[in-house]
Design a protein around this ligand. Structure first.
Ligand SMILES: Nc1ncnc2c1ncn2[C@@H]1O[C@H](COP(=O)(O)OP(=O)(O)O)[C@@H](O)[C@H]1O
Ligand SMILES: [Mg+2]
Length: 234
């Protein structure tokens, strides 16, 4: 259901990137998704809620000649998640991508996630991260009270090195959570390179990004259309 303040903006969809674990790829996913939306002409805005300001820095680097992503910053507003999430994107914005900080207080989780059409949870194939994501998913289900059946939560395995034991155990473990793995992204300098230039991998030129563009396809299909990809190994 649309909140009253969004009644005039039915086209606006909010996509939240969330995982309390730092370094899992939140800003990487948020910036690449925003860049893709810009390429699609969906007039995206990117809200950086993280005081570290990674997404904000990326926005600052974004070249004028590529399609624009509107910058929304909330970390310098009063520290109230609900209020910052209510930061209004400019009229005409069709997608609002929200990059969250590592520490989201549990009591704010419900407000933060309420209006999100999709919640993307990136996770790294490491023992520490596997344990941290369990808690994050449990909080989404039990504290934020998002039913599994709503299809709003999707996990992205990030920085994956194929054919490693830890990747296989990550995938096995994720299967037990009963939350779909909607994307598997490889570990590649293309993300570092894109970030440095204020671009997404879809905007890189050079050839080696083809593989990454292919890996993004099922993730984008889930974000936009809710289709859950077949489990595919990289
Ligand atoms: N798929 C990837 N391949 C290579 N490096 C990555 C990948 N995803 C993220 N990184 C790098 O890992 C670091 C942490 O990622 P970041 O998106 O900033 O995580 P978070 O926002 O969750 O803290 C960054 O230096 C980023 O460039
Ligand atoms: Mg970040």
């Amino acid at each position: 259901m649309l909140a009253p303040m969004d009644a005039d903006r039915k086209d606006l969809r909010r996509i939240l990137v969330l995982n309390p674990k730092g370094g899992s790829g939140k800003s990487t996913l948020a910036t690449n998704l925003s860049a893709w939306y810009a390429l699609q002409g969906l007039d995206p805005a990117l809200l950086d809620m993280d005081p570290q300001g990674s997404s904000g820095r990326w926005l600052g680097k974004r070249p004028a000649e590529v399609p624009a992503v509107q910058a929304l910053r909330s970390y310098d507003l009063p520290s109230n998640v609900t209020r910052s999430f209510a930061t209004r994107p400019p009229p005409g914005t069709q997608r609002l991508v929200v990059d969250t900080p590592a520490a989201v207080p549990r009591e704010d989780l419900r407000d933060l996630t309420r209006e999100a059409a999709r919640i993307i949870v990136p996770v790294l194939p490491s023992d520490i991260d596997i344990h941290a994501v369990t808690r994050c998913i449990a909080d989404l289900l039990l504290v934020a009270k998002i039913p599994r059946s709503a299809g709003r939560i999707g996990i992205v395995a990030n920085r994956v090195k194929p054919n490693t034991i830890i990747f296989r155990s990550l995938m096995r473990f994720l299967a037990t959570l009963d939350i779909p793995v909607v994307g598997v992204l490889r570990d590649t300098q293309n993300y570092v390179r894109a970030f440095d230039q204020g671009l997404g991998v879809h905007e890189l030129r050079g050839g080696s990004e083809e593989k990454d563009i292919t890996q993004w396809a099922p993730l984008l299909d889930w974000v936009e259309h809710g289709r859950i990809p077949e489990q595919s190994l990289p």
